[in-house]
Write a protein that binds this ligand. Structure first.
Ligand code: FES
Length: 276
């Protein structure tokens, strides 16, 4: 559980995206695209669920990419190479549904691109022809663009400020792409909940099978606490054991958004206490 490599791969004045490689041969050997780990930085710290971006069986390295947002991810981001994590469990969750879908459209927003990356790799290795739409707030926060481009037939980039690619939102590029060509057999999307909701609405019009990887708040990550429950139609599912990938056209995104905000007040209080 030692951090064997650490790099800052995205940065602007408000945010940092950190990539760490953790030595864990067991997890590296078992990992399949779409799965995640739960990390505890110290005995007292909260459990942080993070998607595995990559793994290397030869070196036993598990690559994890995260944006420093709250107290716990900032604490994780402060660890130097050579330090060990208090706990690391995984791989957790179901692997993404990978097979040869033919033409696939992959949509990644912000740090969600790190979650899209292993799925793109696995889909390409299974013969899919991939078009990717990647978006970030600004050029310096756009991660893994070249790595993903290497597996895709076409890659479209968009940033809110136009510092790279087209200025605007992912959904603008998606709208144009689908207007020209809507014969995709699968859309796989990861990013902010609001973006995933919009993508789901757009692909529903064209009846394209769409999967989203949901980032509901998790506690134990093993189906025991119910924290990560999401509504799909009239069914309740647990992100950690039933997901994290779900049919986007069935997800109740409004309920998910409400549940995502339930610790906001506590997070503000922690920020105040630690003067972040
Ligand atoms: S995190 Fe507890 S049930 Fe999923």
């Amino acid at each position: 559980m030692k951090i064997i490599d650490k790099q800052i791969i995205g940065k602007d004045k408000n945010a940092r995206i950190v990539q760490i490689k953790v030595y864990s041969p067991l997890i590296a050997g078992q990992f399949r695209a779409g799965q995640f780990v739960i990390i505890m930085v110290s005995r007292e710290s909260e459990r942080i669920p993070l998607t595995i971006a990559d793994s290397d069986i030869k070196t036993g390295a598990v690559t994890i990419i995260f944006q420093e947002l709250g107290y716990s991810t900032k604490l994780l981001g402060s660890l130097r190479k050579g330090r060990s994590l208090y706990a690391l469990s995984g791989p957790l969750g179901n692997p993404a549904d990978i097979s040869n879908y033919g033409k696939v459209l992959v949509v990644g927003g912000g740090v969600g691109i790190a979650e899209v990356y292993p799925v793109v790799k696995a889909l390409a290795e299974n013969g899919c022809r991939i078009t990717a739409v990647l978006g970030a707030r600004t050029k310096s926060l756009l991660i893994l663009k070249d790595q993903i481009r290497g597996y895709c037939e076409k890659t479209f980039i968009t940033t809110d400020d136009g510092t790279i690619g087209k200025r605007g939102f992912i959904t603008d590029v998606l709208k144009e792409t689908l207007k020209k060509n809507s014969d995709f057999n699968l859309v796989y999307c990861v990013g902010p909940v609001v973006m995933m909701r919009k993508v789901a609405e757009m692909t529903k019009v064209y009846s394209i099978k769409t999967k989203v990887s949901l980032n509901a708040i998790m506690l134990d990550g093993t189906g025991m606490c119910g924290s990560c429950r999401v509504k799909l139609g009239n069914k309740t599912k647990l992100c950690c054991v039933d997901g994290p990938d779900f049919n986007a056209h069935c997800v109740d995104f409004d309920q998910l958004l409400l549940r995502q905000d339930r610790f906001l007040e506590k997070e503000k209080l922690i920020k105040k206490i630690f003067k972040q």
